[in-house]
Structure formats: structure tokens, C-alpha cells
Write a protein of this length. Structure first.
Ligand code: FNR
Length: 352
């Protein structure tokens, strides 16, 4: 029926809610502040209307997507998210396998619960590594080097988190993360104790020179995640960013920011085609992705739906949810008259 992929996601979300401890569910769902940004993300994609083409040959729709030399069969990318082991015992190893089997790229979080080496070995598709700049900069540099050695093909530097957003739903709630799953990738570089905890915090003094520095240290392209303005995106590109991710961090950082869907056109203008632009926040269907791609995004990241699928179905669940989204996109692209992502352009969307 019409709501196919949406009702599948709603079912998967309910299965995850039933399967997960309450505090983990709340941690996954939570937004910062009054959760205004969290609440607006999905609806913002529905503020656009499509202007389809007709009489195109859409008998074969090819979703192949090239990003910085990484080729994926689908423009859906798994967003970096912390602690997948809270959803499933195999954690990120299951996620990369399921995503790879669906032809999707995965971005692995600094706060992953499996080692980069295990994740690299489990991967059946391409993956990138998401970095935070830590107060101990040597720690970040060690991580990006290890990620490159383990097979990551790009670094995604998250820049919207000088301090972690305050999430009312989970304030004061302690989640029991097993020691062998808690910040495992940082642990081996730190001596235990209070000083180590401080070293593993984000460095609020980060400036654009970090982009070039991490590229040099890792030998990988550096994509900057968490940009909502064209002028800021331009500043990142001028500092050497190989790509930009338009993101509100799933509504978990600054509340009441402009929704990603509305920030995207401004960022695209600032970037001016110099580097790829990705976007995330509330992408829940092929039509949401179609709007993003037609506005000019090169790919879309999906966050929470991947955690729901992982919690309820492990690697196979992740494969299924990403496959379902790709099939939905394939269908709506055909009906909109676009046989390939590069057949989509800005003229195909208008504001509602
Ligand atoms: C995140 N996100 C995130 N981003 C990042 O750069 N590093 C991280 O470690 C995390 N961790 C994280 C944990 C959880 C539980 C969530 C829900 C999100 C943000 C994530 O990459 C992405 O920007 C949003 O989740 C996308 O929005 P949707 O698809 O969840 O609406």
C-alpha cells in the first residue's frame, strides 16, 4: 500500500521498543532541549513538492552512488551512532555486515562498541570512520590512523558537538554499558581514571585547521558533519573538507536549529558543487531521499531506523531496512521519471 516503507519502519520501531531496556530506548529516541528540532525533522521533508518528468525510459532504475571514490549500490548511508552493542550483542559488526549486504556505506562512530579492527574484518561493504576531536588530540590522531589501517575510506569529522547536547529524557539516567563495550576504541590508548575521561571528551577549541590535520594524519579525505549554513560549509571546503554533511545530529545538539531539509539548499549554494554534500535527519522513506537528492544532495544518512532494525533483527534486520528504503526510492524515482540519481535536479522540487 501507499505507506509501505513507513509502516514497515513503524513496525520495526515498535519491535525495538519492546526488545530494548527502557533507558536504552530513551537514549536512542532522545533529542536535546525541548526536542523542537527532533520533532520537526521528518515533517520538514514533506514541505517540498515534486515536479515529475514523464516519458523517460525508467524500465531500469540504477541507484549506484559514488562518494569520494567509494562506490555504493545505494545512496542510503548508515549514520554514525554510538554503542550499537546496546541494540545487539554483535554491535557494529552486525551493522556493517547488514549494510554492506544491502550495498550501503556505513559510518562508524568514535563511540562504537566494537574495535575498529573487528568492524573492518566484519565489513562486507565500504565504511568511513566518524571522529570527534578529543581534548587529547593525540588520541584522535591515533584513532584515525587505526581506522585507515582497518579499512576506513574517509574520516567524518563531527563539528556540531563542542559539548554534548543536554537531553532531558535521559538526564541523570545511567545506562549499564559493559566495560568491554564502553568506548573500546579509546580505551586502549588511555590510562584508566579521571584524567583519561577528560582526555576522551570533545575539544571545544576546535578550529578549521583540524580538517587538514586529520587528512594529513590519516591519509584519508575528511568530510565535515554538522553544518547548517552555506557560509560555514564554504569555510570548511576552503579549509580542505572533501565533503559536508548537513545535519542537526538527529535533534540531539542545539535545539531549535533550522531543519536539515531547509538548511540543505543554502549549504549546497555555499559549496557550489566543489565537494559532495550529504544530509541526514528524519529521512524515513524513498520520497524523503528523492527530495534530498533532487535538491542536490549526493547521499542521505539514516540514523535511528538502523538501530531499530539492529535491535529487532541483527545484521539481517539492518539489511532489510536499507533494502526496503532503496526499493522504495527505486519505485518513486521511476514514477518521478528519473532512471539514475544524476537524472534528478533542482527543477524537480518546489516548496509546498
Ligand atoms: C547519533 N548521532 C551521532 N553522530 C555522530 O556524529 N557521532 C555519534 O557518535 C552519534 N551518536 C548518535 C547516537 C544516537 C543514539 C543517535 C540517535 C544519533 C547522530 C547521527 O549520526 C545522525 O546525525 C542522526 O541520527 C540522523 O537523524 P535520524 O535519521 O536519526 O533522524
Amino acid at each position: 500500500g501507499g505507506g509501505g516503507v513507513l509502516s514497515e519502519l513503524a513496525d520495526s520501531r515498535e519491535r525495538a521498543r519492546a526488545a530494548l531496556p527502557r533507558e536504552v530506548w530513551d537514549y536512542y529516541e532522545a533529542g536535546s532541549g525541548d526536542e523542537v528540532t527532533l520533532g520537526e525533522a521528518e515533517a520538514a521533508w514533506r514541505d517540498f513538492r515534486l515536479r515529475p518528468r514523464v516519458l523517460q525510459d525508467v524500465s531500469r532504475v540504477d541507484l549506484a552512488t559514488r562518494l569520494l571514490g567509494t562506490v555504493a549500490a545505494s545512496p542510503f548511508v548508515v549514520a554514525p551512532m554510538a554503542f550499537h552493542a546496546l541494540a545487539h550483542p554483535d554491535g557494529e559488526c552486525a551493522t556493517v555486515r547488514g549494510a554492506g549486504d544491502a550495498g550501503c556505506l556505513t559510518v562508524v562512530s568514535t563511540r562504537a562498541s566494537r574495535t575498529l579492527e573487528d568492524i573492518g574484518a566484519a565489513a562486507t561493504g565500504p565504511w568511513w570512520f566518524q571522529a570527534y576531536l578529543m581534548r587529547d588530540r593525540g588520541l584522535t590522531e591515533a584513532l584515525v590512523r587505526r581506522a585507515a589501517a582497518a579499512g576506513a575510506r574517509a574520516v567524518v569529522l563531527t563539528v556540531d558537538t563542542p559539548y554534548v547536547g543536554r537531553k532531558g529524557r535521559v538526564s541523570g539516567v545511567r545506562i549499564a554499558v559493559r566495560d568491554d563495550q564502553y568506548l573500546v576504541n579509546l580505551a586502549q590508548h588511555l590510562v584508566p581514571g579521571a584524567v583519561a575521561r577528560e582526555a576522551a571528551e570533545q575539544d571545544p577549541s576546535m578550529t578549521p585547521d583540524t580538517i587538514g590535520r586529520l587528512a594529513e594524519v590519516s591519509g584519508l579525505p575528511v568530510v565535515v558533519k554538522g553544518v547548517l549554513r552555506g557560509d560555514e560549509a564554504a569555510r570548511c571546503v576552503e579549509a580542505g573538507a572533501a565533503g559536508v554533511v548537513v545535519s542537526t545530529h538527529g535533534g540531539r545538539q542545539l535545539d531549535r536549529v533550522v531543519p536539515s531539509a531547509h538548511a540543505l539548499p543554502d549549504v549546497l549554494e555555499g559549496v557550489g558543487g566543489r565537494v559532495p554534500v550529504l544530509v541526514d535527519g528524519g529521512i524515513r522513506s524513498g520520497t524523503d531521499a528523492l527530495v534530498a537528492l533532487a535538491l542536490g544532495a549526493d547521499a542521505v544518512l539514516v540514523g535511528r531506523p538502523v538501530l531499530w532494525a539492529l535491535a529487532a533483527g541483527g545484521a539481517e534486520g539492518v539489511r532489510e531496512v536499507l533494502h526496503g528504503l532503496a526499493e522504495d526510492l527505486r519505485h518513486v524515482m521511476a514514477v518521478a521519471g528519473a532512471a539514475r540519481p544524476d537524472a534528478l535536479d533542482r527543477s524537480m522540487v518546489t516548496t509546498a
